[in-house]
Design a protein around this ligand. Structure first.
Ligand SMILES: CC(C)(COP(=O)(O)OP(=O)(O)OC[C@H]1O[C@@H](n2cnc3c(N)ncnc32)[C@H](O)[C@@H]1OP(=O)(O)O)[C@@H](O)C(=O)NCCC(=O)NCCS
Length: 168
């Protein structure tokens, strides 16, 4: 497995994973499929903000991707990011998300401009909660019934990993 920075050429594969999660999961709280232009705009926004998008490649195929962006837009939140990690179903449980999350945290530590990494996880997503726990994230908040999809209310679990960064 190779973990590397995403290229624009990876966007069709990223789009397929993203849309599969919209269609079948409560990991992404959208209802409608998105087009390549939406992911392209996201790719350029992250690049302009100097925020990473990483992909994991297995035998030349994109098996998953991970990224983070500023958690909330106001300047006071500039050292807080929200992360995301998605793995193609065909590659689940092979350590892909772990490799991506490890690399993402290393990148945050190396850049020195990330103090809090926040994962906002639908509460029944025990796989993602277990994954983040393994990397030192702890549950810092529970927001009941703040979403709705597939005809039911969704709860949100907030997990956080804090990285030491001097106040500037
Ligand atoms: C959550 C997700 C990213 C995990 O990806 P993965 O590559 O299968 O994860 P890994 O193989 O690296 O697993 C790492 C650990 O996470 C936990 N985990 C992963 N999948 C799990 C599952 N289905 N059930 C319980 N724990 C699970 C386990 O602790 C696992 O370690 P183990 O295999 O040694 O027991 C993947 O299931 C996914 O893409 N789900 C849909 C999108 C999503 O929920 N993204 C997160 C949004 S917050």
């Amino acid at each position: 497995m190779l973990v590397r920075a995403a290229l624009e050429a990876d966007l069709p594969a990223i789009l397929a994973i993203h849309n599969a999660n919209i269609a079948t999961s409560t990991a992404i709280w959208d209802y409608e499929q998105v087009g390549i232009e939406e992911r392209t705009a996201w790719f350029h926004d992250r690049a302009a903000a100097r925020k990473p998008i990483l992909v994991a490649e297995i035998d030349g195929a994109v098996a998953g991707y991970a990224s983070y962006g500023q958690w909330r837009p106001k300047i006071g939140y500039r050292y807080s990011v929200e992360n995301s990690v998605y793995v193609d179903e065909r590659f689940h449980r092979r350590g892909v998300a772990s490799a991506l999350l490890r690399a993402l945290i290393e990148r945050a530590r190396a850049d020195g401009d990330v103090h809090a990494i926040i994962a906002a996880i639908e509460t029944s997503n025990t796989a993602s909660i277990a994954l983040h726990e393994r990397f030192g994230f702890t549950v810092v908040g529970q927001l009941p019934e703040v979403g709705q999809k597939f005809g039911r209310w969704l709860d949100l679990t907030l997990m956080q990993l804090t990285i030491p960064v001097d106040i500037r």
